[in-house]
Ligand binder design. Sequence first.
Ligand SMILES: NC(=O)C1=CN([C@@H]2O[C@H](COP(=O)(O)OP(=O)(O)OC[C@H]3O[C@@H](n4cnc5c(N)ncnc54)[C@H](OP(=O)(O)O)[C@@H]3O)[C@@H](O)[C@H]2O)C=CC1
Ligand SMILES: CC(=O)N[C@@H](CCC(=O)OP(=O)(O)O)C(=O)O
Length: 354
Amino acid sequence: MRMSYSVAVTGASGYAGGEFLRLAAAHPELTIGALTANSSAGTKLGDHHPHIRSLADRVIEPTTPQRLAEHDIVVLALPHGTSGPIADQLPADTIVVDLGADHRLERAGDWQEYYGGDHPGTWPYGMPELIRAATASKQRESLTGVRRIAVPGCNVTAVSLGLQPGIATGIADPTDIVAVLAVGYSGAGKAAKPNLMAAEALGSAAPYAVGGTHRHIPEIAQNLRAAGAAEVSLSFTPVLVPMSRGILATSTAKLAPGADPVTTAQLHAIWSAAYQDEPFVQVLPPGQWPTTAMTLGANTALTQVAFDQRAQRIVTVTAIDNLVKGTAGGAIQSLNVALGLPETLGLMTDGVAP
Ligand SMILES: NC(=O)C1=CN([C@@H]2O[C@H](COP(=O)(O)OP(=O)(O)OC[C@H]3O[C@@H](n4cnc5c(N)ncnc54)[C@H](OP(=O)(O)O)[C@@H]3O)[C@@H](O)[C@H]2O)C=CC1
Ligand SMILES: CC(=O)N[C@@H](CCC(=O)OP(=O)(O)O)C(=O)O
């Protein structure tokens, strides 16, 4: 194991890149190298992220594969479809972490249907907690030593972590899932200026990508298949709510056909067993429900489960900070595993309150 790795961040002026830098600046084994972007090249990081004081005077450079390749690690925090061509030009022994979607999906057809164009490729998936039913293991076992990491989508993280204990144990019906999410505006990136107009955003909840069109649907299905589902049918509806960060995913599934009757207490025990050794996924005490505020700034997913006897549905609620566990924190967690460092190094589990 080598100590101190140089890391370049491209997309440094954006929300995801900025959050990665905030966390990486406090990571004991990472040294921050080049910060690059596109239209903001030549400006200072402090012009975009004035809260990251330790890097405020660093100048953002244009993005070239040559400059990025001078580092041990390259983090791509770029719009969909942008990271693939850059990654293709980086050396095979550079560790590359893609915060975008280009390398998450295993099926090229899913990429073409939901994103369009040629599929950039499939990399090891950066969700250490993902249950791999076929090998009775979790994804972290496949991440040690990898040099490419595809970091999951933030909504995907919340829904997959919420549902997978029920899928893996066969108690939840993967063909009858409904997920409705309250999501904060930072998930849309800093470029989504119209969404950020206070007059429109404050005091209103706004659904988007309604009717089975959201790009995270195939990624969630992929994860639930990994957890043991033969087939997945998922209704997914995100709703923007007036908060900066956070995702609260309410995911429900019908009790699987033929499954024995269950109680909330039994479900709580199943969910607790699935996550008992996880540093960043916590099943709350019975009766306590997650809120987004509880996860603010932390690499923590908080989850709870109940059984709705009348509807015969399993109901899970999972909260994350979209920019931490949903992006930059999840990236550092997987990077720690890939590098053979303690998985929790440089990451917080406690949120910020009030
Ligand atoms: N926001 C979130 O909560 C999450 C985001 N992600 C993913 O992270 C990625 C970045 O998202 P986010 O930070 O929100 O987006 P932003 O719009 O906030 O930032 C985009 C960044 O990409 C840079 N950029 C755009 N085009 C190029 C290019 N051709 N070459 C170099 N840099 C370029 C921009 O630079 P410039 O300012 O100079 O134009 C900017 O730094 C996306 O793939 C997103 O889906 C994943 C999970 C959650
Ligand atoms: C509020 C908002 O728009 N959120 C984004 C989630 C961002 C995310 O997880 O990112 P990827 O784009 O990398 O998949 C959305 O729902 O598409």
